[in-house]
Design a protein around this ligand. Structure first.
Ligand code: GH3
Ligand code: MG
Ligand code: MG
Length: 394
């Protein structure tokens, strides 16, 4: 091949750059899948070997192995991105069978046409298999774009296989590969349509990383519930500035410092997790539960009237009070107090209603703890026994 054919240098250079970019993204934990970098690096190496290696049989054999390795890595990258099982065993069996056939085709049958057919078909089947497995998992537009661009790479292989095997009279001699029309076609489609694939993989990885970081910033690590920021951001994205009427319950564990002091901080953490689990089980979907800090949790129940919110709080309080903590090494009951307020009482904004529920919580603590109290802007902080009267007045 003449060195003036500069076009043949482009795929290895482009894919090396892409591989380096993905390697850095993997080191920076933007993408959890090192297989992207490995796949692109192998593609670069495959082009170097198939075009520039002077021993033609070795070039055909090595590039055949490298390209199937790239297809395997792209598949693993896709499966990691979409969080589906990797199907390692069946895919590795496929690679093993392919490799045995490759040895036969290159060193026994000595057929270039058969080797190119095998490599293109093997690449298309292995990558197409992974695309089919992950396709229904793609819901975000960038993920759908990734499926489309990967399918284009598969389709490119299929069309090339069919065209060069059945519709042309290509040379069957390995030494003619570098200057073949086939090699030119691979090079041209790789640096045009196939380049959409790495760019969408890059976009999909970056967008998944941004989503992961946003979720982490809005989630309480200990309980997996929303934190204060997540609470307000989620309400903002669900309702904008039109937050509906509803009720707020604030929960706080009684004498929690004693739990920490007597049994240790780790046991205290498990009690907080226990309350978090209780709340996510008991607050029905449609409700918003967050850990606002320490052992204080806030629940906003849209469209739920005060009476029903009192029943929810009472359900959580009573079941938490009888919960056993033996497994955690705690041999006594832990109780909690609840403060409730509702936008239906005073027509105030949610932030003011949370403050009122907090004031009611202090009333519940002052009244002896392990109880539910209702608060309103009229200065009322009513212990649970009297909540019905307030609900009637509201
Ligand atoms: P009260 O009945 O009046 O609520 O008394 P309390 O002892 O529960 O008082 P308070 O609610 O102020 O106690 C909060 C304690 O929670 C203080 C702090 O040491 C502890 N705390 C805050 N965050 C954590 C945490 O993440 N893990 C553990 N184990 N303890 C925490
Ligand atoms: Mg407390
Ligand atoms: Mg507290």
């Amino acid at each position: 091949m003449s060195d003036s054919n500069i076009i043949f240098y482009i795929p290895p250079i482009l894919f090396s750059i892409v591989a380096l970019a993905f390697f850095l993204l993997w080191r920076l934990k933007v993408t959890p899948a090192w297989q992207w970098a490995a796949g692109f690096a192998q593609t670069a190496a495959g082009f170097v070997v198939s075009t520039f290696l002077t021993e033609p049989h070795l070039a055909a054999f090595a590039s055949g192995l490298i390209f199937i390795g790239a297809a395997y890595c792209y598949g693993s990258g896709l499966m990691a991105h979409f969080r589906v099982p990797r199907l390692r065993a069946p895919r590795l069996i496929f690679v093993a069978l392919y490799s045995i056939t490759l040895v036969y085709v290159v060193y026994w049958a000595e057929s270039l046409v058969a080797q190119l057919f095998l490599t293109d078909a093997g690449f298309a089947v292995l990558l197409g298999w992974s695309v089919c497995v992950v396709a229904r998992k793609a819901s975000r537009p960038i993920d759908k774009a990734l499926i489309v661009t990967t399918s284009i790479v598969v389709l490119d292989s299929v069309i090339r296989t069919l065209f060069f095997t059945f519709f042309t009279n290509s040379s069957d001699n390995f030494s003619d590969f570098a200057t073949s029309l086939y090699n030119l076609e691979v090079t041209v489609t790789t640096i045009t349509v196939c380049m959409f694939f790495p760019f969408t993989a890059l976009g999909a990885s970056a967008s998944a990383a941004i989503e992961r970081h946003r979720a982490a910033a809005e989630t309480d690590e200990l309980t997996g519930l929303l934190n204060r920021r997540g609470f307000w951001d989620t309400l903002g994205s669900d309702f904008g500035s039109e937050i509906p009427q509803g009720s707020v319950i604030v929960f706080d564990i009684d004498h929690f410092k004693r739990v920490n002091d007597t049994y240790g901080h780790a046991v205290g953490d498990q009690v907080i997790q226990g309350l978090g689990g209780e709340l996510s089980r008991r607050i029905e979907s449609g409700g918003y539960v967050a850990r606002f800090g320490g052992e204080e949790f806030v629940a906003f129940l849209p469209h739920v009237p005060l009476e029903e919110a009192v029943a929810v709080a009472e359900g959580v309080r009573s079941s938490f009070a009888v919960r056993k903590w033996n497994k955690q090494g705690l041999d006594r009951a832990v109780t909690l107090s609840c403060g409730i307020s509702s936008t239906w009482i005073d027509g105030l904004g949610l932030d003011r209603i949370i403050e009122q529920a907090d004031e009611a919580l202090y009333a519940a603590k002052a009244a002896g703890r392990n109880q539910v109290a209702v608060g309103s802007g009229r200065g009322l902080q009513v212990p649970m026994a009297d909540h019905r009267k307030l609900a009637e007045r509201a």
